[in-house]
Design a protein around this ligand. Structure first.
Ligand code: HEC
Ligand code: HEC
Length: 246
């Protein structure tokens, strides 16, 4: 066959492949052979960062994700996978997306009723949700994409059972005997910044403290184990539905 017809035949054979929807299973196989070395077998990080997060620093949208995979990141250790076809890039991208998203589960509660429980219980006095509320505890705008329903239920009935990464509750005692309890906002060798439950910031010098305790087994969030079980189901269903979309 003359070269040109071979190329034409190849192009024809490729066209439907390029238009096929991304295949996350193929994406996973490619990921395990080409990305796992740095990002870990399950994508939770190694030499490269964990990709099992809903928001990635270099990835504002799908086009950027595909570009990072295909072209790498300039000035960093992330190489481009230029050998992948556009369809393979799309499949790897779909797999990377699935890593950062907790799959939606069928849940017994009703999210609409759960939203009312959220209002009635004043959760917004400590949490921000889509820009509204007070940021004492973590932002809940996309908590449903980050956390399983079981974890969400546990956070409500027993808040001290598990904490978000980087979360630390502390108690400082100043040299004049004043006690300050709150969430650690920042800390270095010489100072610590604490936000107390009245949303007041305290910047303290460690050499002026008598004591500094890390309260690993306490949470400032009250437990909601006394909610009627229907209300609890509804609230969990509501939180699970918060996936960052408008
Ligand atoms: C040689 C190691 C290495 C390999 C192989 C590698 N990466 Fe990376 N990757 C990195 C490093 C390091 C970074 C962080 C770069 C930076 O922040 O400058 C990164 C960043 C990324 C990011 C952006 C993360 C963010 O927070 O924005 C994505 C997405 C990504 N890699 C996906 C992949 C995929 C998919 C593959 C396989 C096709 C792959 N990487 C192969 C090392 C690697
Ligand atoms: C007094 C402030 C306060 C109130 C009121 C409060 N929370 Fe929290 N919440 C926190 C703090 C602080 C944390 C982080 C520590 C922890 O996980 O226990 C937290 C953690 C959480 C988490 C886990 C988030 C994550 O990413 O791990 C969820 C879910 C949550 N709260 C939901 C709620 C809901 C729903 C309500 C209302 C029923 C509520 N909270 C009321 C302060 C509060």
């Amino acid at each position: 066959m003359p070269l040109l017809s071979v190329l034409a035949a190849l192009a024809l054979a490729q066209a439907p492949v390029n238009e096929a929807p991304p295949d996350p299973a193929q994406g996973q196989r490619l990921f395990e052979s080409q990305c796992a070395l740095c990002h870990g077998q399950d994508g939770r990080g190694g030499r490269g960062p964990s990709l099992a997060r809903p928001r990635l620093k270099h990835v504002p949208d799908e086009a950027a994700l595909r570009s990072v995979i295909r072209n790498g990141i300039e000035g960093g250790e992330m190489p481009g996978a230029w050998q992948l076809s556009p369809h393979e890039v799309a499949s790897v991208a779909a797999y990377v997306r699935s890593l950062g998203t907790v799959r939606a589960e069928a849940l017994p509660g009703d999210p609409g009723r759960g939203a009312k429980v959220y209002q009635a219980r004043g959760c917004g006095s400590c949490h921000i949700l889509r820009g509204e509320g007070t940021g004492f505890g973590p932002d809940l705008t996309e908590v449903g994409a980050r956390r399983s329903a079981a974890y969400l239920r546990q956070s409500l009935v027993n808040p001290a059972a598990a904490f978000p990464e980087d979360f630390l509750y502390v108690e400082a005692v100043t040299s004049d005997g004043r006690k300050i309890r709150g969430i650690r906002v920042n800390e270095d060798s010489f100072t610590i910044q604490i936000k107390d439950s009245n949303r007041m910031f305290h910047s303290l010098r460690k050499d002026q403290l008598r004591e500094l305790h890390k309260l690993f087994h306490e949470s400032p969030m009250p437990g909601y184990q006394a909610l009627a079980s229907g209300e609890l189901d509804d609230l969990v269903a509501y939180l699970a539905s918060l996936r960052g979309e408008p």
